[in-house]
Design a protein around this ligand. Structure first.
Ligand code: GTP
Ligand code: MG
Length: 200
């Protein structure tokens, strides 16, 4: 399940411009600034495969990265970043929705959740939208290295609370993994998980 090579293939502004072949792919989704691009770099073990930024809204297009010439990782624009007053609403551009609903080669969505903050409604809304549309997902908790307020247990608490809220809607809780782009926590577990899903 190791990564030997990651190549950037293309950025697409519309779902129908995405690469057309039958390689399996995993989409990386989550709020702006949750660490989607950083996760791709950690998986690739390269700093600048996917561009990251402290400012939210860095990734604006659907970006395809080809791994080991055999499967894709897809970096998507984050949601929840809008200056409008109702920015708490999940406000996806139609092209992102179009991507999810029409991408036949999509194996699963890696839904990234920031473990350094309490559960956010927008993330639960997103999980519920994916669930309603029968799109398989894995919850990837990011920033597990962060210990806000000096309390070591904080990410654990946030994750536990998020899962409790998920259980109210799901009989079967989705697979989940704890990660950190700073320490590399969860990297190998996530790679193994994706290789198992690909061989299904
Ligand atoms: P958009 O493209 O704007 O949607 O953001 P993104 O989800 O791609 O986030 P990105 O990877 O650009 O990271 C946003 C910020 O969070 C950067 O300053 C990263 O250094 C930081 N960050 C990402 N992952 C981690 C992590 O695991 N731990 C810590 N402490 N910081 C992280
Ligand atoms: Mg990004």
């Amino acid at each position: 399940s190791q990564i030997k090579e990651v190549e950037f293939v293309k950025s697409s502004g519309r779902a129908k411009d995405c690469p057309r072949d039958d390689r399996p792919e995993f989409a990386i989704l989550g709020r702006s600034n949750v660490g989607k691009s950083s996760l791709i770099n950690v998986l690739a073990r390269k700093k600048e495969v996917a561009l990251t930024s402290k400012k939210p809204g860095k990734t604006q297009l659907i970006n395809h990265f080809l791994v080991n010439k055999s499967w894709y990782l897809v970096d998507l624009p984050g949601y929840g970043f809008a200056k409008a007053p109702d920015s708490a609403r999940m406000d996806w551009s139609s092209f992102t929705k179009g991507y999810f609903l029409n991408r036949e080669t999509l194996v699963a969505v890696l839904l990234l959740i920031d473990a350094s903050v309490p559960p956010q409604k927008i993330d639960l809304d997103c999980a519920n939208w994916l669930g309603r549309n029968n799109i398989p997902m894995t919850l990837v908790f990011t920033k597990c290295d962060k210990m806000k307020g000096g309390k070591r247990t904080r990410p654990d608490e946030n994750i536990k609370n998020f899962q409790e809220l998920m259980r109210q809607n799901y009989r079967e809780h989705p697979a989940w993994i704890m990660t950190s782009s700073v320490t590399g926590l969860g990297r190998d577990e996530l790679l193994l998980h994706m290789s198992q899903l690909r061989n299904y």
